[in-house]
Design a protein around this ligand. Structure first.
Ligand SMILES: *Cc1c(COP(=O)(O)O)cnc(C)c1O
Length: 406
């Protein structure tokens, strides 16, 4: 049978086949790109991974869905990251194809049977998350009951919290059910865990404190030994006019909650996505038309800028005009993306020199998380390039800077 191909499959990011300067502004001057150009900062990503690992008192798993670009994964690896939170067979295969020694954890609570089987048999995956008795049964069926090596992690539902992206609606077992699942899973598990996700871009360390307390109640109610506490993702990054508490405020809140709840004997895991990679990619756009204070640019909500659409995120921007910048004062602009959909609009406001005009380039920062990962081929606007640069990110998040060598 012929392999089914998806007609709309998005074009992979392509590296221009020329030698270019390693800094964004001269690179744009040399290349004059008419397609969006993703500027990857491997040093920024490696430093964020190293900073998170130094601050978090446990094991750090990278949530691959946030940005599965191979160059991003390599940068994380060089920052010492060895554990990957995968949610699909595609992610499992990708990580395994790149790193024979990586530890891969399958953290989606609803998996295809074939995906469980292939991950277990062919890719050395032994940790699986679940939030129902049916999923536990599926995992036991497809791994031949785990032959004494199975890690089973029960995902808890959390009440809606303060995070910008609420993740409480879809996954997770309620308190009483979670306790029953822990009891049911215990006899099959070499390693038994509890996990939760407070929601993405969570600005409040206390959200983790409350979630750890809930996990402790569930463990108490289950009355069985639990080996792992996985406090999930959600750690925030800086955006214009959003300066989160430093990383240390989150890792300290988690460590303190673990102690207060008497869970120090458990192995602690975290699953950061956004926090490790957001600053690691900017995208250079070109202005194709200006209408008043709206700029028609060559990427939008169906490309790398989906968070700038309906979710209303603001991103840091700077003008790149080869042969001289602009001394004009900064004024607010909105963007229109290239597709014909009127929803392809980004309100911003994006602060740029008042004389920005057709042909100018704009660098948009903080797009390493849920940016390139969400690109589509809608309307045929899916061509984009990728390059590695040595520039600092457009915005720094407190706590993730390069740690000076001792
Ligand atoms: C998306 C996701 C993450 C990463 O979340 P961030 O907010 O990007 O840190 C971690 N764990 C799970 C289970 C997820 O679905």
């Amino acid at each position: 049978m012929p392999e089914i191909r998806f007609r709309g499959a998005v074009a992979p990011l392509r590296r221009p086949a020329v030698n270019l300067p390693s800094s964004v502004a001269p690179m744009v001057a040399a290349l004059r790109p008419e397609q969006p150009l993703h500027c990857l900062r491997p040093a920024t990503i490696a430093a964020a991974a190293a900073a998170f690992r130094a601050s978090f008192p446990g094991r750090v798993l990278y949530a691959v869905k946030c940005n599965p670009e191979p160059a991003v994964l390599r940068a994380l690896w060089s920052g010492g990251l060895r554990h990957f939170d995968c949610a699909s067979l595609g992610e499992v295969r990708l990580v395994r194809s790149m790193f024979a020694e990586a530890s891969i954890h399958f953290m989606h609570p609803v998996k295809a049977r074939g995906a469980i089987r292939e991950a277990w048999e062919r890719h050395g995956v032994s940790d699986f998350v679940l939030d129902s008795a049916e999923e536990l049964q599926k995992i036991l069926d497809e791994t031949g009951r785990g032959s004494g090596r199975l890690g089973l992690v029960v995902r808890l539902a959390l009440p809606k919290g303060p995070a910008v992206y609420d993740l409480s609606g879809k996954f997770g077992a309620q308190e009483a059910e979670a306790a029953l699942l822990l009891r049911a899973a215990r006899p099959h598990a070499a390693r038994l865990g509890v996990s939760f996700h407070v929601g993405s871009q969570c600005l409040e360390p206390a959200a983790y404190t409350r979630a750890v307390a809930l996990a402790a109640r569930v463990i108490q109610a289950a009355g069985v030994q639990v080996d792992v506490l996985d406090v999930g993702g959600g750690y925030p990054v800086a955006y214009p006019e959003v300066m989160p508490p430093p990383l240390r405020a989150f890792t300290s809140a988690i460590a303190a909650a673990v102690e207060v709840e008497g869970l120090e004997d458990l192995e602690l895991w975290a699953e950061p996505g956004r926090a490790l990679v957001a600053g690691g990619t900017s995208v250079v756009l070109q202005v194709q038309h200006r209408r008043g204070d709206a700029l028609f640019v060559n990427d939008g909500v169906y490309g790398a800028l989906s968070d700038a659409g309906a979710p209303g995120f603001r991103f840091p921007v700077r003008l790149l005009r080869p042969g001289g910048g602009s001394a004009a004062p900064l004024v607010p602009f909105a963007f229109f993306g290239p597709t014909c959909d009127s929803a392809d609009r980004m309100e911003g406001p994006f602060l740029l020199p008042a004389d920005v005009s057709e042909g100018d380039w704009i660098e948009v920062g903080q797009l390493g998380a849920y940016g390139s990962a969400l690109r589509t081929a809608f309307n045929g606007f899916d061509r984009a390039g990728i390059l590695e640069v040595t520039d600092a990110p457009l915005l720094e998040t407190p706590g993730y800077q390069v740690v000076a060598a001792a």
